[in-house]
Design a protein around this ligand. Sequence first.
Ligand code: HGY
Ligand code: MN
Ligand code: MN
Length: 415
Amino acid sequence: MAHSPPTIDAARLNRSLDELGRIGDTPQGMMRLAYSPADVQGREYALTLLHRAGLATRIDPAGNIIGRKPGADPNLPAIALGSHTDTVPNGGKYDGALGVMGAIEVVQTLADHSYALRHPVEVIIFTNEEGTRFHRWLLGSRAMAGLLEPEDYTAVDDEGVSLAARLADIGGDLARIDQARRYPGELAAYLELHIEQGPTLHQSGLPIGVVSGITGRAVLAVDVQGRANHAGTTPMPDRQDALAAAAHLVLETQRLATGAEICRVATVGHLQVRPNAVNVVPGAVSMGVEFRDADINALSAAETTLRRRAAEIADANRVSVDINVVESTPGVPLPARMQDLVAAAAEQSGLAYQTLPSGAGHDAQAIAAITTSGMIFVPSVDGISHAPAEFTPPEDCARGAQALLNALLLADERL
Ligand code: HGY
Ligand code: MN
Ligand code: MN
């Protein structure tokens, strides 16, 4: 490094995080669901900051916001920094938001110091990372990486609104979504700052995580069909209770990761009971089952085992169980040279780090398909995320943004 990197403005970064965190804040946590009025407002706030930092902005047909700062060498591809501003329902203030506000703080700091880079720099705010809307996650980053699936194009959300309509609301265009695609060679690298969302850094007390890879994930829609009947008159042996069967399936799902240790984690986080009335034997249940593991074979082994147990549970409870794979995303290792770069970036500011895998999904895993990608983690207090109590202290947010700036400058030098 020829000279030491400029220092980010920690107070300004945390002010931006606070201001974004007021948009969509409710007593039950953050509600910036993709394409909602709060999401649109959050995006507008980010656009204001991008303009203030002197970036030219555009919205691609997938609805991603892209801010661009030219580089000194017009022939070099851009280095991209990014993350997302949408949240899960009742989510936290830092997931995605830190990566976006951190990236904007980096480009603002460069502008403050009239710091010229060889490469252009892009700040990318990906749309619908969480997939809470349409149950199709990483939508903006998958569109950019050419990883959309046929189901994405026809997706309709829980309110009956199509993706085409939702995209139109935020300046995207489903008819042209394929033009959001970027090809290998168009981006020199991608860097994403994110809260860890797990307990590792909180427990080790280290301020920076160098991410070695991102977990794989499988999502299954499980539909249990029983028979609704009167809860007061239907004898127990005659029941076809869909919820009682679903309860067994919930525990079997848990056992895949605990007793059987087939996959790292397994969760039933979504359940709909019909008709959901206290005096009716439940007639039907829909469940959302999720497995996560770095190894795709572990994900398929978990699915096979769940299908076998589901058949036994269906027999025993006189119901039918239908299982469909909604999504299957393999784990993505992050390249060693990007891990080295993030480690060097931390060292440059005297920040201790450890290398760890990501148990959560990120836009980086999609963008890794088109360019070399790296991730920087900062601690999540008590490992809490996707919940209102999600918290990362201001000084840790600032350390992460400084590491991101250092990493960008190292990438500009090395790539
Ligand atoms: O669900 C995830 O892993 C991410 O937070 N979207
Ligand atoms: Mn999330
Ligand atoms: Mn996130």
